[in-house]
Write a protein that binds this ligand. Structure first.
Ligand code: ACO
Length: 432
């Protein structure tokens, strides 16, 4: 952790002057430390949506939203997508360094060993209705893992955290594929030890006794890239949820399950499914993109263009740049999906010229093109957010680990109360 202090911010309040420490991170980001503010003045700060609030310091991921920079543990997302694999990115996020070949072999072996689900967990799948959303199944099953698998019971035991992490990263992919098979009614496919992480994922998703799914290297590569791109994004809604739940010393499975619920929302990870629904709706309604843009600008209409805008990026999301390129390459071979790609490209071009979006710095985000790539790989739309979840899992675990290994406080924001002042209790028979 590299933090420097020195500079002070001055706050004048009720005639009193207060010096506040200024904390500077390793990339020059500045924060005013207000942790003693209430004790010294009786005041708190108010920041709805936490747009200006740093909840922690963290060594994991650096984002510069103005310049469109994203790095995990110092490594550029562009380099990782081009040269690394998802499992190597997992190792990097969890251990703060790239693995040696020996460490990578051991980690892969661990993932392989833990890829199966306890057979009793299969009964839980049968209890869901056949059309249950796979995100719902995923969150439930990850929570149930607390009962089926030993937990991180001693936070000082590093090995136990690493084992639980490997178990989660490996099994979540098996759960996701079982959830999909539950939807389709097809027999489940077990993981195979000779396949790597993404090969196993694709095989468990798409192989069936009547469809000998062929693993194509470009598809495996595309899936690796998609998962790397989603692997962490510092203190977003779901990661903050994982940290907040974990701060009560809830176990890792329970904390991750809460993160899955947060990610499911359409303003967060659910946006990738919403983008596809939107592109399909534009196509069905004759391809009139302007009508959708006008609706998004209309303040009396709740509709927003899914896949545009971001709390942190006020420039093109670097993940969207990588995905757009991948989308064009992959969709070249998929004639059936060309019309949706055309609509997406036309929509982006129109938005980037429109004063409403330009003045608010609303650019395509990671979800705008990811859905089209998922679709080209054969995933149904209800699996899109599940894919995001699998990608984001190592980041969540890395944050949980970072938090429990530091002397962390329970997360507990305050509020400004705006309700009624003290009321006199009236017995029910005396109320008018
Ligand atoms: N379409 C139309 N207008 C938008 C959009 C959009 N997609 N996004 C933001 N705006 C407008 C808002 O109406 C607001 O306008 P105003 O200043 O006139 O009131 C302004 O831009 C700022 O928007 P906020 O909601 O204040 O921005 P915030 O940072 O809180 O929200 C968010 C970011 C949630 C991503 C938002 O841009 C959005 O809803 N986008 C669509 C959903 C989406 O794509 N989500 C995925 C995000 S990426 C991720 O989670 C992986």
């Amino acid at each position: 952790m590299t933090i420097t202090k020195g500079k002070k911010a001055k706050l004048t309040l009720d005639g009193q002057e207060l010096d506040l420490d200024v904390v500077v991170g390793s990339e020059g980001e500045h924060g005013i430390d207000i942790s003693k503010l209430r004790a010294k003045t009786g005041y708190i700060t108010l920041d709805e949506g936490y747009g200006n609030t740093g909840s922690c310091t963290s060594d994991i991921t650096f984002i510069n939203g103005e310049e469109g920079i994203l790095r995990y543990r110092g490594y550029r997302i562009e380099d990782l997508c081009e040269q690394s694999s998802f499992t190597e990115a997992c190792y990097l996020l969890l251990h703060d360094r790239l693995p040696s070949s020996e460490q990578m072999k051991t980690f892969s072996r661990l993932l392989n060993q833990h890829s199966l689900l306890h057979e009793d967990m299969r009964h839980l799948f049968s209890a869901f209705p056949h059309d249950a959303h796979p995100m719902n199944i995923l969150g439930t099953m990850v929570n149930a893992m607390s009962s089926f698998y030993p937990n991180v019971d001693s936070l000082s035991m590093r090995e136990s955290i690493d084992l639980t992490a490997a178990r989660l990263i490996s099994k979540i992919r098996t759960i996701a594929c079982y959830a999909h098979k539950k939807n389709t009614g097809d027999p489940i496919v077990y993981p195979q030890k000779d396949y790597n992480y993404c090969e196993n994922f694709l095989n468990m998703m798409f192989w069936s006794p009547v469809n000998n799914y062929e693993l194509k290297p470009d598809r495996v590569r595309a899936l690796n890239t998609l998962l790397i791109l989603h692997a962490d994004h510092e203190q977003n809604c779901s990661t903050s949820t994982v940290r907040l739940v974990g701060s009560s010393q809830a176990n890792l499975y329970a904390s991750i399950s809460a993160g899955i619920s947060a990610l499911w929302g359409p303003l967060h990870g659910g946006a990738n499914q919403a983008v596809l629904d939107m592109l399909n709706a534009i196509q069905t309604e004759g391809g009139d993109i302007q009508r959708f843009i006008d609706r998004a600008k209309d303040k009396t209409d709740n509709f927003r263009l899914s896949g545009f805008g971001h709390r942190v990026y006020k420039n093109y999301d670097p993940r969207a740049t990588i995905l757009k390129k991948m989308c064009m390459n992959i969709l070249e071979e998929e004639a059936a999906q060309q019309p949706l790609l055309d609509i997406a490209l036309r929509l982006e071009a129109a938005v980037l010229k429109d004063e409403y979006f330009v003045s608010r710095k609303l650019y395509p985000n990671v979800d705008f093109y990811s859905g089209l790539v998922y679709m080209a790989l054969g995933f149904p739309t209800n699996m899109f957010t599940v894919l995001f979840t699998i990608g984001r899992l190592p980041g969540w675990i890395a944050h949980w680990k970072e938090m429990v290994q530091a002397p962390a406080k329970i997360g507990r924001p305050r509020q400004i109360y705006t309700g009624k002042q003290e009321q006199q209790y009236i017995k029910i028979e005396d109320r008018g």
